[in-house]
Write a protein that binds this ligand. Structure first.
Ligand SMILES: *Cc1c(COP(=O)(O)O)cnc(C)c1O
Length: 360
């Protein structure tokens, strides 16, 4: 198996395996598994030295380009333990294809998404005991690519690392999915059309931290971003896409270059359509949302992303005023989508869109 993937395998000695953390105290991205995948790229060899190896530190020159000019892209997906104790991935090839789109935008080298799914399956299989057995627990997967040529000239790096690290994470919601309070930012923006908001590159997240801290101080958990030109149209919320149900219609902002093309967003659009829900992608302004809420026509609002699947919005905080949505309750459609997607991800439910890949 390892040969035809051209990936070497260096296992940790059984004596040196890590102690697994307590299942009820996993946190997010705190504990990492015993092994990782690593490969390198340079102009002469392309991608080479691919190996599944012990999780380890990197030694990097302080001039490495990623530290200065931010050539860093990543992905986020999960391995789920489900039906009959089998392990599943959800749309993994789509994640790697999206990473290739990010690579193109950041002048970084691309790779075979198909081959990477095979490598990921092999890595997950090796680390299968790390996939939590608790309800809602998953193994979070973080593929990352960085430019590491040691030079200060501004240009694309000529050397790259691609790696995948894994961390067991607990249920996103300790007590099921609870509505959150969201800060609508009317001052700072996340991304502009023509910029890099539609790709998963590190700088987007660094740029969002300042506003996130303001939101936290106001008692909110996330920021709802408005468009960069008019500060009027809804873009997305934190690291999730957003949906609103108004007059029985499910509305989400269109992908026009500043919004991340979420796979959960796409799955929700397809699933809801297949149920006969009227679904539209169109620009929607914060004023329209507040008006619909005022007149009782806004039935539900929720974010979508790999981490939480569906994250209901219970309250918006905008220009010093609070607006409660749906009595701060989880809506009927939010609930149905949450349960259905989770059931598909764990192999408990029929998978009409062929989203699920079985690891073992
Ligand atoms: C990752 C991400 C999302 C959600 O994407 P999924 O593929 O659904 O996990 C949405 N917005 C931003 C900014 C993101 O980084």
């Amino acid at each position: 198996m390892w040969e035809d993937l051209e990936v070497a395998l260096e296992k940790v000695n059984t004596d040196n395996l890590k102690q697994k953390p307590a299942a009820d105290n996993l946190g997010f991205g705190v504990h990492f598994t015993d092994h990782m995948f690593l490969m390198k790229w340079d102009k002469e060899n392309g991608w080479h030295d691919g190996k599944i190896c012990p999780y380890h530190d990197f030694t990097l020159d302080p001039a490495s380009m990623v530290f200065h000019y931010g050539q860093a892209i990543f992905e986020g997906l999960k391995a789920y333990r489900g039906k009959d104790n089998q392990l599943f991935l959800f749309r993994p090839k789509d994640n790697f294809e999206r990473m290739n789109i990010s690579a193109l935008r950041l002048c970084m080298p691309r790779f075979s998404a198909e081959k990477m799914v095979k490598i990921l399956k092999a890595l997950i299989y090796l680390e299968k005991d790390w996939v939590p057995k608790t309800e809602g627990g998953t193994l979070y997967i973080r593929p990352t690519m960085i430019g590491v040529e040691p030079t200060l000239g501004v240009k694309p790096s000529s050397v790259y690392y691609f790696y995948i690290i894994l961390c067991p994470v607990g249920a996103y919601y300790a007590e099921g999915c609870n509505p959150t309070k969201i800060y609508v930012s009317d001052e700072y923006v996340r991304a502009v059309k023509g910029g890099v908001g539609n790709v998963k590159t590190a700088g987007n997240y660094a740029a969002s931290l300042y506003m996130s801290e303001i939101a936290k101080k106001a008692g909110c958990t996330q920021v709802l971003w408005l468009d960069a030109c008019e500060h009027k149209y809804i873009e997305e919320v934190g690291t999730s896409n957003i949906f609103f149900k108004i007059d029985d219609q499910l509305i989400t902002p269109p992908l026009e270059g500043s919004i991340l093309e979420g796979l959960t967003r796409d799955s929700v659009l397809k699933l809801a359509s297949s149920w006969g829900v009227d679904v539209v992608e169109r620009p929607i302004s914060i004023d329209e949302i507040l008006e619909a809420n005022e007149s009782g026509r806004l039935q539900e609002a929720f974010g979508t992303g790999t981490a939480a699947v569906i994250s209901p919005v219970g309250e918006l905080f905008y220009k010093d005023n609070s607006y409660v949505i749906n009595n701060s309750q989880t809506g009927e459609l939010s609930n149905r989508l949450f349960n259905e997607l989770q059931a598909v991800q764990k192999g408990h439910q029929e998978d009409p869109f062929n989203w699920v890949v079985r690891v073992a």
